[in-house]
Design a protein. Sequence first.
Length: 95
Amino acid sequence: MTKADLVEKVAVEADLTKKDAEQLVEIVFDSIINTLNAGEKIELRGFGSFRVRERNSRKGRNPKTGEAVDIPAKRVAYFKPGKELKELINSDQAS
Protein backbone atom coordinates (compact mmCIF):
# COMPACT_ATOMS: atom_id res chain seq x y z
CA MET A 1 0.00 0.00 0.00
CA THR A 2 1.34 3.41 -0.92
CA LYS A 3 0.69 6.71 0.81
CA ALA A 4 -1.76 7.62 -1.98
CA ASP A 5 -3.61 4.34 -1.41
CA LEU A 6 -3.79 5.09 2.31
CA VAL A 7 -5.18 8.58 1.63
CA GLU A 8 -7.80 7.08 -0.70
CA LYS A 9 -8.81 4.46 1.90
CA VAL A 10 -9.10 7.10 4.65
CA ALA A 11 -11.15 9.35 2.37
CA VAL A 12 -13.60 6.54 1.56
CA GLU A 13 -13.86 5.08 5.08
CA ALA A 14 -14.21 8.44 6.87
CA ASP A 15 -16.34 10.06 4.14
CA LEU A 16 -13.81 12.86 3.65
CA THR A 17 -12.52 14.64 0.59
CA LYS A 18 -9.15 13.44 -0.66
CA LYS A 19 -7.63 16.77 0.34
CA ASP A 20 -8.92 16.46 3.92
CA ALA A 21 -7.84 12.81 4.11
CA GLU A 22 -4.37 13.75 2.85
CA GLN A 23 -4.09 16.45 5.52
CA LEU A 24 -5.12 13.95 8.18
CA VAL A 25 -2.55 11.38 7.05
CA GLU A 26 0.15 14.08 6.93
CA ILE A 27 -0.70 15.20 10.47
CA VAL A 28 -0.40 11.63 11.76
CA PHE A 29 2.92 11.05 9.96
CA ASP A 30 4.32 14.41 11.12
CA SER A 31 3.30 13.65 14.70
CA ILE A 32 5.09 10.29 14.57
CA ILE A 33 8.23 11.83 13.07
CA ASN A 34 8.33 14.73 15.54
CA THR A 35 7.81 12.44 18.52
CA LEU A 36 10.59 10.09 17.40
CA ASN A 37 12.91 13.04 16.73
CA ALA A 38 12.33 14.17 20.31
CA GLY A 39 13.58 10.76 21.46
CA GLU A 40 10.20 9.61 22.71
CA LYS A 41 8.47 6.34 21.89
CA ILE A 42 5.01 5.92 20.40
CA GLU A 43 2.79 3.10 21.58
CA LEU A 44 -0.42 2.31 19.69
CA ARG A 45 -2.27 -0.34 21.68
CA GLY A 46 -3.31 -3.29 19.54
CA PHE A 47 -1.02 -2.20 16.69
CA GLY A 48 2.56 -1.77 17.87
CA SER A 49 5.19 0.70 18.96
CA PHE A 50 7.73 2.94 17.28
CA ARG A 51 11.08 3.66 18.90
CA VAL A 52 14.42 5.14 17.97
CA ARG A 53 17.50 2.96 18.33
CA GLU A 54 21.08 4.14 18.39
CA ARG A 55 23.45 2.37 16.03
CA ASN A 56 27.15 2.56 16.87
CA SER A 57 29.75 3.44 14.27
CA ARG A 58 31.36 0.42 12.68
CA LYS A 59 33.67 -0.76 9.93
CA GLY A 60 32.13 -1.92 6.69
CA ARG A 61 33.26 -2.86 3.20
CA ASN A 62 32.52 -1.28 -0.13
CA PRO A 63 30.97 -4.23 -2.01
CA LYS A 64 32.32 -3.01 -5.34
CA THR A 65 35.96 -2.47 -4.36
CA GLY A 66 36.28 -4.43 -1.11
CA GLU A 67 37.80 -1.32 0.48
CA ALA A 68 37.18 -0.82 4.22
CA VAL A 69 34.91 2.14 5.01
CA ASP A 70 33.81 3.79 8.23
CA ILE A 71 30.05 3.72 8.79
CA PRO A 72 29.10 6.55 11.17
CA ALA A 73 26.84 6.18 14.20
CA LYS A 74 23.20 6.95 13.50
CA ARG A 75 19.70 6.80 14.87
CA VAL A 76 17.16 4.53 13.18
CA ALA A 77 13.40 4.18 13.56
CA TYR A 78 12.25 0.77 14.74
CA PHE A 79 8.74 -0.70 14.70
CA LYS A 80 7.73 -3.56 16.97
CA PRO A 81 4.33 -5.07 16.15
CA GLY A 82 1.91 -5.58 19.03
CA LYS A 83 0.53 -8.91 20.14
CA GLU A 84 -2.88 -8.32 18.52
CA LEU A 85 -1.33 -7.37 15.17
CA LYS A 86 0.88 -10.47 15.20
CA GLU A 87 -2.14 -12.65 15.96
CA LEU A 88 -4.21 -11.08 13.16
CA ILE A 89 -1.43 -11.54 10.62
CA ASN A 90 -0.74 -15.13 11.66
CA SER A 91 -4.41 -16.14 11.85
CA ASP A 92 -4.61 -15.94 8.03
CA GLN A 93 -1.83 -18.54 7.70
CA ALA A 94 -3.59 -21.04 9.96
CA SER A 95 -6.72 -21.07 7.78
